[in-house]
Design a binder for this molecule. Structure first.
Ligand SMILES: *[C@@H]1O[C@H](CO)[C@@H](O)[C@H](O)[C@H]1NC(C)=O
Length: 387
């Protein structure tokens, strides 16, 4: 009975009128059933002024489960087809005008263990690394947990703490590969969950080797990259390019990658990947595509007056280093006073009428050469007026 002091005083004055708060009990106070069975609890009012209202609740104040039903007068709570989640306390609350009181029933649902592995398999692990798998089980009665290897009845020595049974290896070896079973047992049943452990890098694991780890090739040529792999079963070989798709014009036959007519954009890292059931192995070829220079002049045409300064820049794409050589078409040598720089510039501080003509820049690298022309027109004041 939970009556406030005020209510008690009120009761001492009026109880003859209002009567007594109800006194309740539940029958049975504890019930243990198997999963799937049904159970009923009756809430009985010993005394108390009528009318008495009865109400069933879960002790956690949650709503009653959907498989719980109340009898016509609200006194009988039936849980049909029980499941593990129905386990817990149920409270009958009786109230009348004088107050209220409660009684609690406990329901235990026996069930076969449920098992969860963390991580769930299959587990691919490299030889030599630590591995552990946790087995957790719920069940009633409390299950006992054991680990064994598939095909063996031998119980493995494992560590169990707080309902978690953990199988672990400080450094996994190839011979540890296999299927392991966590078994949870109680009176209601036996539940087994398996996890497969695949050890990579052990016997039979692939080892990929490329014939060239670095290649320098000339633009437009055909390139072949070879990859060989040992391992058992024989690994499957694939090629890919780092951060880019393989060049469009490629063929792959038995580990040999052929690129036809390579361009500058095909430079980069190529990866051979050999894979079998024991794992994979990668090998790399770094390829640089070299190109002859391609030259242009900036500007390629210029009009000046005597005394102006001439500035020409020769630009070149292509593999470095690139040399620049300026000359004058039909004359061979540059005018006196012309300066050139290593990076392709031509400078004449004060041009003369005789400096007119076509200037040529020849760019050269170890692959080839390319030239570009610039037309220089120098005219006096008078001539400019006439144009
Ligand atoms: C190589 O193959 C393995 C297994 O198929 C994969 O996990 C890995 O990402 C591959 N490597 C590359 C570079 O594609």
């Amino acid at each position: 009975m939970d009556l406030s002091p005020g209510a008690l005083i009120l009761c001492s004055l009026l109880c003859s009128v209002a009567g007594q708060a109800p006194v309740v009990s539940v029958q049975p106070r504890t019930a243990t059933v198997r999963q799937g069975e049904s159970v009923s609890f009756r809430c009985q009012v010993g005394r108390g002024a009528q009318p008495v209202q009865l109400e069933w609740k879960r002790a956690t104040n949650q709503a009653l489960p959907d498989n719980a039903k109340l009898g016509p007068d609200g006194s009988v709570l039936t849980v049909a087809n029980t499941r593990p989640g129905n386990q817990g306390q149920y409270r009958c609350v009786a109230s009348n005008s004088a107050g209220r009181s409660t009684a609690t029933a406990v329901l235990n649902v026996k069930h076969a263990p449920k098992v969860r592995l963390t991580p769930a398999g299959p587990l691919r692990v490299r030889m030599g690394v630590p591995v552990s798998v946790e087995c957790r089980a719920t069940g009633r009665p409390h299950p006992t947990l054991t680990w064994k290897r598939q095909g063996s009845t031998l119980q493995l020595v494992t560590a169990e703490t707080n309902d978690v049974n953990t199988i672990k290896w400080a450094a996994v070896r190839p011979e540890d590969a296999g299927v392991y079973i966590c078994q949870a047992v109680n009176n209601e049943g036996v539940t087994e969950v398996k996890v497969e452990i695949i050890v990579e890098g052990g016997a039979g694991a692939p080892v990929a080797v490329v014939s060239n780890t670095e290649m320098t090739v000339v633009e437009g040529h055909v390139v072949t990259m070879e990859c060989q792999a040992s391992g058992s079963p024989p690994p499957v070989i694939t090629w890919s390019k780092l951060r880019a798709p393989l060049p469009w014009k490629h063929t792959l036959v038995g580990g040999v990658l052929t690129l036809t007519s390579v361009g500058r954009q095909d430079s980069g890292q190529y990866i051979c990947n050999a894979t079998n059931i024991h794992g994979y192995s990668e090998a790399y070829t770094q390829m640089e595509v070299e190109t002859p220079p391609y030259a242009t002049c900036l500007p390629d045409q210029v009009r000046l007056q005597p005394g102006d300064s001439l500035r020409l820049q020769c630009l070149a794409h292509g593999s470095h280093p690139i040399q620049f050589v300026w000359s004058r078409v039909g004359r061979g040598s540059l005018p006196a006073g012309a300066e050139t720089t290593k990076d392709g510039r031509l400078l004449i501080a004060h041009v003369k009428l005789g400096d007119s003509g076509t200037y040529k820049c020849v760019t050269t690298n170890h692959i080839g050469s390319s030239e570009a022309l610039a037309k220089v027109i120098i005219k006096g004041e008078l001539h400019t007026w006439l144009v």
